[in-house]
Design a protein around this ligand. Structure first.
Ligand SMILES: Cc1cc2nc3c(=O)[nH]c(=O)nc-3n(C[C@H](O)[C@H](O)[C@H](O)COP(=O)(O)OP(=O)(O)OC[C@H]3O[C@@H](n4cnc5c(N)ncnc54)[C@H](O)[C@@H]3O)c2cc1C
Length: 421
C-alpha cells in the first residue's frame, strides 16, 4: 500500500479546505495534501451559479464558481497537492488515514496534522418525518440544484418546496426562471429559515407563495409523486388536520436542514457536539485529538461562505503552529455553555491564553436583544436564527471564569431602562 508522509492532510476541497491549505502554506508549511472525493475542487460552490458570494471577503458580488475559482487558481500557483476523485474512508486517533482513488488504489497518509473540511449533507424526508408512499420525484433541494445547474436536467414541472432555508428559496427562484411552476414554499416556523435577502430576492420578487406555519403532512402518488397535503401547524409544530388541503405537484423538494459529515470524526474518537452535530472544538478549532482541526460547515452550518473561508484560514494557520510546536494550550479549559435562547455556540471550550471569537445562532428572533457572555454585554437591534452572531472576547473578559471552568452564552430581550435611573 502506498504511504504518503505529509505535514498536513486536509479532507475536503470546499471553501474551508482550500482556505485552510492556502493559509497553512502562508504560515510556512511545506508538504500539504488535499483529498477530495469529487472530480473538481470547490465543494458546494460549483453548483451555486447564483450571485451573493464574497460580499464580505472580497467586497465583490460573485457567483459560487467565481468565488471558488479565486482559491483554485491560488492552489495551483502555490503548488499544493490536490488529489481529486479521492475518498477518505478511515481516520484513526493517531491521525493516520486511509483513502482510495484510481491512481494509487487504497493508500495511507501519515500526516503530522489533519484538517476536517468535509462540509454538510442535506437532511431527507425521514428527518422531517413525513409519512406517505415513496414515489419518484422527491429530491433534496441541493440535489435538484446539481441536476439543474450542473447536469442540465429539470427534475419536474410543478414543485412544492418544503423548508425555507437558503437552498430552498434559491431553488424556488431557479426553477421559476427555468419555466417551472413553484406552487408554494412551505415553512413550519413563523419566519423563513434562510437569509432575509433571499426571501426578498428569491420569493417576493418572483411572487412565489410562502406559507409560514405550514407543513407537508402527506405525500401521495404511486410510481411518481402526484401531490402533497399541506396543512397549518400549531405552535408546537403539530399538524392541524382540519386545515389540510391537496396540492398537485410532480416534484417535492426538501430543504429541511443540513447535518455535518461526521462519520470519519466519530470513527477517530473525536467528541461530537450533540446540538450542532459537528466536532467539539476549542478556539483554535482543534478537536479533542491534538493536531486534528475542523473548519467550515463540518463544525457548524455557516450563513455565508465568507465566514467559512475565515474559519478555514484559522485552521490552516493553527495547524502550522501545531506542527511547529508553537500551539500552547492553557493547563485548564473553560467550557462554553449555550444558555437562554442560544441554539449553537462555537468554540465549545476555550483552552488558550489569547482573545477568542465566539460565534452563535439564537433559537428565535429577538428585537432589542442583549447578548451576555460571562460579564461581557453587547446590544443588538435584532438577532435572528438565520444569521450567525460573532463577538470577540478579550482575555480580561475570561479571567474570572477560568476559576469556575465554564462560561454561559445567552441572549434575551433587553430590560427596559428606567428613566432618571
Ligand atoms: C444551495 C446553496 C446556496 C448557497 N448560497 C450561498 C450564498 O448565496 N452565499 C453564501 O455566502 N453562501 C452560500 N451557500 C453556502 C456555501 O456554499 C457553504 O457555506 C460552503 O460551501 C461550505 O463550505 P465547506 O468547505 O465547509 O463545505 P463544502 O462546500 O460542502 O465542501 C466539503 C467538501 O468535502 C468533500 N468531502 C466530504 N467528505 C469527504 C471524504 N470522506 N473524502 C474526501 N472528500 C470529502 C466534499 O466532496 C466537498 O467537496 C450556499 C450553499 C448551498 C448549498
Amino acid at each position: 500500500m502506498i504511504t504518503q508522509e505529509v505535514d498536513l492532510a486536509i479532507i475536503g476541497a470546499g471553501p474551508a479546505g482550500m482556505a485552510a491549505a492556502l493559509s497553512a502554506r502562508k504560515a510556512g508549511m511545506e508538504n500539504i495534501l488535499i483529498l477530495e472525493r469529487a472530480e473538481y475542487p470547490g465543494g458546494l460552490l460549483h453548483q451555486c451559479i447564483h450571485n451573493g458570494f464574497g460580499l464580505h471577503y472580497f467586497n465583490e458580488d460573485l457567483t459560487g464558481p467565481e468565488y471558488a475559482e479565486r482559491f483554485i487558481n491560488q492552489l495551483n500557483v502555490k503548488d499544493i497537492k490536490l488529489c481529486l476523485n479521492t475518498m477518505v474512508t478511515h481516520l484513526n486517533p493517531d491521525r493516520s488515514l486511509v483513502a482510495i482513488n484510481a491512481e494509487w488504489g487504497e493508500f495511507k497518509a501519515l500526516p503530522k496534522s489533519v484538517i476536517l473540511a468535509m462540509g454538510c449533507r442535506e437532511k431527507t424526508r425521514f428527518s422531517a418525518g413525513i409519512p406517505g408512499s415513496r414515489p419518484a420525484g422527491i429530491f433534496t433541494a441541493g440535489l435538484a440544484q446539481k441536476l439543474v445547474n450542473v447536469d442540465g436536467y429539470m427534475p419536474g414541472r410543478e414543485f412544492v418546496i418544503l423548508g425555507s432555508g437558503d437552498i430552498g428559496m434559491i431553488m424556488a427562484r431557479r426553477l421559476h426562471m427555468e419555466g417551472a411552476q413553484v406552487k408554494a414554499v412551505v415553512e413550519m416556523m413563523p419566519y423563513v429559515g434562510g437569509l432575509i435577502r433571499n426571501e426578498v430576492q428569491c420569493l417576493n420578487d418572483f411572487d412565489i407563495p410562502l406559507l409560514l406555519e405550514h407543513s407537508v403532512s402527506e405525500i401521495y402518488g404511486n410510481d411518481r409523486i402526484q401531490g402533497v397535503k399541506i396543512a397549518r401547524v400549531d405552535k408546537d409544530g403539530n399538524i392541524i388536520k382540519a386545515t389540510q388541503r391537496d396540492v398537485a405537484c410532480d416534484c417535492l423538494l426538501l430543504s429541511v436542514g443540513l447535518i455535518p459529515e461526521n462519520e470519519l470524526s466519530i470513527e477517530a474518537g473525536i467528541e461530537i457536539d450533540e446540538r450542532g452535530g459537528g466536532p467539539i472544538v476549542d478556539e483554535y478549532l482543534q478537536t479533542n485529538i491534538e493536531g486534528i482541526f475542523a473548519a467550515g460547515n463540518v463544525v457548524q452550518v455557516w450563513d455565508l461562505v465568507d465566514n467559512v473561508t475565515l474559519d478555514g484560514e484559522k485552521t490552516g494557520a493553527n495547524a502550522a503552529r501545531f506542527v511547529a510546536g508553537e500551539l500552547k494550550r492553557a493547563p485548564s479549559e473553560i467550557k462554553v455553555i449555550s444558555g437562554e435562547n442560544v441554539k449553537t455556540v462555537t468554540p465549545h471550550k476555550i483552552c488558550g491564553t489569547e482573545s477568542v471569537e465566539i460565534t452563535l445562532r439564537v433559537d428565535e428572533i429577538i428585537e432589542k436583544a442583549e447578548l451576555k457572555v460571562g460579564n461581557f454585554r453587547k446590544n443588538y437591534k435584532v438577532v435572528s436564527p438565520t444569521e450567525v452572531v460573532k463577538v470577540t472576547l478579550q482575555q480580561s473578559d475570561l479571567e474570572e471564569f477560568s476559576q469556575c471552568g465554564e462560561i454561559t452564552v445567552s441572549c434575551s430581550k433587553r430590560r427596559k431602562e428606567k428613566k432618571n435611573a
